[in-house]
Design a protein. Structure first.
Length: 254
């Protein structure tokens, strides 16, 4: 059985600790700071075995070396980021598989936010650790990749089982939802979701995880084929990737 702990850090980041109770193995996903991880390891009497990095941005990797020094853990990240993520022990590529205890993990390359962004998918548990590729009702900015690359990456994630839980690494949901309502104001599931999100944030509660099913109904970056969305942004019958690119442009200027 996997236990997942969500550690809020910095202004709006999340670190995830994934613990397999059977093997005792533990992984930290995108530790932007070391101390919060060390504190939980101490409280739980867990040993950190792995760091799973999704991409090279500082707020996802700055805890790497201190954690490696203090725990002896191994750092896993995309092979293409080997020159810009400190302390990598194993570089992985699209289609590679790992395991945490007996739990298999599929590596998926998701370029767009960065060129070498990867995500970690636990197929048996249907849990996705997606870094900054996919957010609740949003997606990452295109800092290095193209709209075409990000669109293709999101197609991979859209195809995952609807019940898949999405563990993204930022609490951007409320602002993402406000934007989503500007491009699809009549979307009833979106309206309902935002009511729930606003209540959670009023109580300082996280809005993550979401599910693929929820995102298909509410996330504009999963809804480029929506006729009502296309109408509002003036992109009726345009190729899906062009619709996606326009949604991303509008969000960048929101």
């Amino acid at each position: 059985m996997l236990e997942i702990l969500q550690l809020p850090i910095l202004q709006d980041n999340y670190i995830y600790l994934i613990h397999d109770s059977e093997s005792g193995e533990t992984a930290a996903v995108d530790p932007g700071l070391a101390q919060p991880v060390l504190d939980v390891l101490s409280q739980k009497n867990w040993q950190l075995n792995y760091i799973f990095n999704t991409h090279h941005h500082w707020d996802h990797i700055d805890g790497n070396l201190e954690l490696k020094h203090k725990t002896g853990c191994k750092i896993i990240a995309g092979q293409g980021d080997s020159h810009r993520i400190p302390g990598i022990d194993s570089g992985v590529n699209d289609g590679d598989t790992l395991s945490l205890g007996k739990h298999p993990i599929s590596i998926m390359a998701t370029p767009g936010h960065t060129l070498h962004h990867i995500v970690y998918y636990f197929p048996e548990e249907q849990r996705l650790f997606c870094g900054d590729t996919l957010f609740v009702m949003g997606c990452g900015r295109l800092f290095e990749g193209s709209a075409e690359q990000m669109w293709q990456s999101l197609q991979k994630l859209k195809a995952l089982p609807p019940a898949t839980q999405i563990y993204c690494t930022h609490e951007y949901t409320q602002n993402n939802g406000k934007f989503a309502l500007t491009v699809e104001p009549d979307n009833m599931p979106l309206q309902q979701k935002m009511r729930a999100v606003n209540q959670l944030r009023t109580n300082n509660q996280p809005t993550v995880p979401s599910t693929i099913e929820e995102e298909l109904a509410t996330n504009p970056f999963f809804r480029e084929n929506s006729r009502s969305l296309q109408t509002i942004i003036g992109m009726i019958n345009k190729p899906p990737v062009q619709v996606f690119a326009e949604i991303r442009r509008l969000k960048d200027n929101f």
